[in-house]
Design a protein around this ligand. Structure first.
Ligand code: GDP
Ligand code: GDP
Length: 493
């Protein structure tokens, strides 16, 4: 991580220097065909989108996320199609509630699109109502898309704007996602909102400690992805986890199979299994090569809070290194994306009772060691040894997953962090006493995963060694080992 947000409080915020994780999230909402995808594509340009959608009948069914670039503004943008379904039909709302709540919890702003050519459609009113009900904390900007198709000379645009006012979201901005018309106006509307947000986030001092995932956001179901190469036992584990509790949600007519979700209860908690429902009907032919599992895992990782990477104990015992290339790629990816990672070594039953061998013990030693080697930036990634076939993996796996999740959600108050900082900095040996940077204060700007900003005064910057020291101390003192945490620094005068 480079330096985080630049400048103390003076405007303007330089969005190009803000860590992507700290950027505000803007969600695009509107009934089908108003041009959400078109606007999304224009905003992210050629940048990479995390596309988890399945195009189906030319309508996007799922959520896409990307980093938007609008002049010098940067923000995270979500194109969500589940929402319009929810707005148009109550029955789907229940089924997609988890997803929409999740998406809304992550959004601070919404761009509400209507199609200027259609006038005000009854479904626009529905979307408006729905937004008011479910997104009260979200600041919404109303946008009339496809404006290039109306001749303003004839006053059509003015008339349409007047009508759009009835939605109760103020004056609409006329744009065309297709031609780029009105992007400057959109920029001008967004800029002050996003800037205020950035300044608030960075100055967020009032946050309270919250160590048990009890804030609104964390009441949402834990999203668990089970990933790994073919044949390591993912499906077997999945069945163990679901037991009789198995609940399959969907698919509602018109939704893709991808939206089928497996869900179960563990110790009073609801767990959603990401992308795994299809496996329940899996046939052997569907098992692909390892490269395919990397791609699928990549998608799942983006949707998950906690990633469970399954390894095969027998393969490990027979090989020189415990992790195959694909597994290293998946594990690193999970950590780089800031997900909680739990490694599961399955098929331990095959190593038990092998004559004249201490393979069982060897594997138990080798795996944690190798994980530490391939992911040096996170110490203590949890490893669970199980036999999914014998069906006893459920409790150890789930307890570890939940422990990881709770650490991942941890929120520490600024007051507590600064008491801690004073203590811990007195223990730190600075390399260069003369040019020692001074941390004015330290604050958590985000959970999931815990993300901190150190405000540094003077010319000196914290070195990598200093940042590593802070990370290590945080992990030890607040018992948050085994998950990725992030510390950024920001210079203040
Ligand atoms: P979504 O369902 O809201 O994501 O809508 P899409 O982005 O898929 O757009 C629906 C249709 O409207 C497509 O045929 C687009 O080409 C078209 N469209 C999108 N934006 C514009 C625009 O600004 N002007 C015109 N004329 N058509 C547009
Ligand atoms: P997936 O491709 O990762 O979903 O793997 P499966 O769950 O389909 O399992 C692949 C094979 O490994 C099957 O023949 C399973 O019966 C077997 N298997 C799964 N878990 C275990 C285990 O804990 N012990 C043993 N001995 N075999 C297992």
């Amino acid at each position: 991580d480079g330096p985080g947000v630049k400048g103390a409080c003076p405007r303007p915020v330089d969005f190009t220097k803000v860590d992507v994780d700290l950027l505000p999230t803007v969600i695009l909402v509107g009934r089908p065909n108003v041009g959400k995808s078109a606007l999304f594509n224009r905003l992210i340009r050629r940048r990479e989108a995390l596309v988890y959608n399945t195009p189906d009948d030319h309508v996007t069914r799922d959520i896409r996320e990307g980093v938007a670039k609008l002049g010098d503004l940067r923000f995270r943008v979500l194109d969500s199609a589940g929402l319009e379904m929810a707005a148009s039909s109550g029955s789907i709302l229940d089924r997609t509630a988890g997803m929409t709540a999740n998406v809304l919890a992550r959004s601070r702003f919404a761009i509400f699109l209507i199609d200027v050519r259609d006038g005000l459609h009854p479904m626009d009113l529905e979307v408006g109502k729905w937004l008011r009900r479910h997104a009260s904390g979200i600041t919404t900007i109303l946008v009339m898309n496809k404006s290039e198709s109306l001749d303003d000379g004839a006053g059509y645009l003015m008339a349409a704007a007047g009508e759009a006012h009835r939605l109760g979201y103020g004056d609409p901005i006329a744009i065309s996602a297709e031609t780029g018309l009105g992007m400057a106006e959109l920029y001008e509307a967004l800029r002050p909102l996003l800037e205020d947000y950035m300044l608030q986030v960075v100055n967020d001092e009032g946050s309270q400690d919250n160590s048990s995932c009890e804030d609104e956001e964390s009441k949402l179901p834990l999203q668990l992805a089970i990933v790994g190469r073919p044949n390591v036992g993912k499906s077997t584990l999945l069945n163990t986890l679901l037991q009789e509790d198995r609940v399959l949600v969907g698919p509602e007519a018109g939704l893709t199979r991808d939206s089928v979700r497996a869900q179960f209860q563990f110790e009073g908690r609801t767990i959603y299994l990401v992308d795994t429902a299809g496996w329940l009907q899996k046939t052997k032919q569907e098992k692909g090569p390892a490269s395919l599992s990397i791609m699928q895992s990549r998608k799942s990782i983006m949707r998950a809070h906690v990633v469970a990477l399954v390894l095969d104990a027998e393969e490990i015992a027979n090989a020189r290194s415990s992790m195959k290339h694909a597994e290293v790629v998946i594990a690193r990816r999970a950590v780089e994306e800031g997900r909680g990672l739990v490694v599961i070594v399955n098929k331990m039953d095959l190593l038990r009772g092998k004559r004249n061998s201490n393979l069982y013990e060897k594997v138990m030693e080798a795996v944690p060691e190798e994980i530490q080697t391939v992911i040096p930036q996170v110490t203590g990634i949890p490893v669970v040894f199980i036999s999914a076939l014998e069906g006893r993996g459920r409790i150890p796996v789930m307890r570890q997953v939940i422990d990881t999740y709770e650490k991942w959600c941890l929120r520490l108050s600024t007051a507590r962090l600064n008491r801690w900082l004073r203590k811990v900095m007195s223990r730190h040996s600075w390399k260069n006493q003369a040019a020692q940077p001074k941390i004015k204060y330290f604050t958590q700007v985000k959970a999931r995963p815990p993300t901190f900003v150190a405000f540094v005064t003077g010319k000196a910057q914290l070195s990598d060694t200093d940042l590593r020291f802070l990370t290590k101390s945080l992990k030890e003192d607040f018992d948050i080992g085994g998950i990725p945490i992030r510390i950024m620094q920001r210079s203040i005068l």
